[in-house]
Design a protein around this ligand. Structure first.
Ligand code: 2AM
Ligand code: CA
Ligand code: CA
Ligand code: CA
Length: 266
C-alpha cells in the first residue's frame, strides 16, 4: 500500500523523533526533568523530540500553523492547515522506564482532521490514517474489534492524576464500567489507547480532561478503522473539551450509556 506524500512527511518526522526518544529512553536517569504543574513533568526528551518534529514538518510544509504541547501555538501564513503534535505522549511512563509511549502528529485542513500518525518507537509500531483512506499499522489495514457485548469487552481508560483531581466522576464511571466489562486497562498514553481501539486490541476507551494533541491523530485512526468516537454526552467537540469515548458502533453506544449511569449497577 503506497503512502501519500503528506503521510510520508508525517511518518518521517515521527520516526526521526522516535529515534531520539529511543536514545533518551536508554539514558532516562540522565535527563533533565522539570515540573510544569503538580504531577506534570517535562524532560529534555520531550523537547528534543518536539524540536525534531517541528523542524521536519516546517521544512516539508512551510507556512502551516502548529499546536504543540511544549511550544504551544505557532502561527503560520497558511490559514488552511494546522499541525497538532504531541512529541511524547506518556511522559510519566517514559520517565519511569515503562516502554509505553508514543509520538502523535495530526493535520487539520480547514478545521477538519485529514491525516494522523501515532508511533511507538519501542515496539516499532507505526499507525497511520488519512481521511477517507483507512487506518493502518505498519501498512496492515486496521479494523476496530467486532465484539458487541460489554461483557466480552476490554476497555481502556485514563485515571485522573495529581493536579487533575477535579475529575470527580471518574470513580463513579469506573465502578459502572467495571461492573459490566471483561476487563479495564490503563496504559498511560491516550494516543496509543486510541490507536489500540483502531487496531481492535481494546474494544473501547474513555478518558476526560485531555488536550487536543493527545487525541487528534488517534481520533482519525479510530474513525478510519470503522470506529466511533464522541464526548461522553454525545457531542463532537473532543479536541476542545478533551473528553473522549471510543469503540465500535455498538460498544461506543453501550459505553456512553454505562458511563452516565448515576449509580453503579452492582
Ligand atoms: P503526556 O504524557 O503527553 O503529558 C494519560 O492518561 C494521558 O494524560 C497522556 O496522554 C498524558 O500525556 C496526559 N497527561 C497530561 N498530564 C499528565 C500528568 N500530569 N500525568 C499523567 N498524564 C498526563
Ligand atoms: Ca505532558
Ligand atoms: Ca499527551
Ligand atoms: Ca506530551
Amino acid at each position: 500500500m503506497a503512502r501519500s506524500a503528506i503521510i510520508n512527511v508525517m511518518v518521517q518526522a515521527a520516526m526521526k523523533a522516535g529515534r531520539s526518544l529511543s536514545r533518551d529512553f536508554g539514558e532516562v536517569q540522565n535527563l533533565q526533568v522539570s515540573l510544569k504543574g503538580p504531577g506534570d513533568y517535562v524532560s529534555q526528551a520531550d523537547r528534543r523530540a518536539e524540536d525534531i518534529v517541528f523542524t521536519e514538518l516546517a521544512k516539508a510544509r512551510p507556512g502551516y500553523a502548529f499546536l504543540m504541547e511544549e511550544r504551544g501555538v505557532v502561527d503560520g501564513d497558511d490559514d488552511q492547515h494546522r499541525w497538532i503534535v504531541d512529541p511524547l505522549d506518556g511522559t510519566t511512563n517514559f520517565l519511569h522506564g515503562i516502554p509505553v509511549f508514543s509520538i502523535s502528529i495530526a493535520l487539520e485542513r480547514q478545521g477538519q482532521l485529514v491525516a494522523g500518525v501515532v508511533y511507538n518507537p519501542i515496539m516499532d509500531e507505526l499507525y497511520t490514517a488519512e481521511r477517507g483512506g483507512g487506518a493502518f499499522m505498519n501498512d496492515r489495514r486496521l479494523r476496530v474489534a467486532a465484539r458487541t457485548k460489554l461483557s466480552d469487552a476490554v476497555i481502556g481508560c485514563g485515571i485522573p492524576h495529581l493536579g487533575r483531581g477535579h475529575h470527580g466522576n471518574f470513580l463513579i464511571e469506573l465502578r459502572n464500567v467495571m461492573g459490566e466489562v471483561a476487563g479495564v486497562r490503563r496504559m498511560g498514553s491516550a494516543a496509543l489507547d486510541l490507536a489500540y481501539v483502531a487496531a481492535g486490541r481494546i474494544d473501547g476507551y474513555w478518558e476526560t480532561g485531555l488536550s487536543a494533541w493527545d487525541v487528534a491523530a488517534g481520533l482519525l485512526l479510530v474513525r478510519e478503522a470503522g470506529g466511533f468516537a464522541s464526548e461522553p454526552g454525545g457531542g463532537q467537540d473532543m479536541l476542545e473539551s478533551g473528553d473522549v469515548v471510543a469503540g465500535n458502533e455498538v460498544i461506543h453506544r453501550a459505553l456512553v450509556k454505562t458511563l452516565s449511569k448515576p449509580v453503579a449497577s452492582r
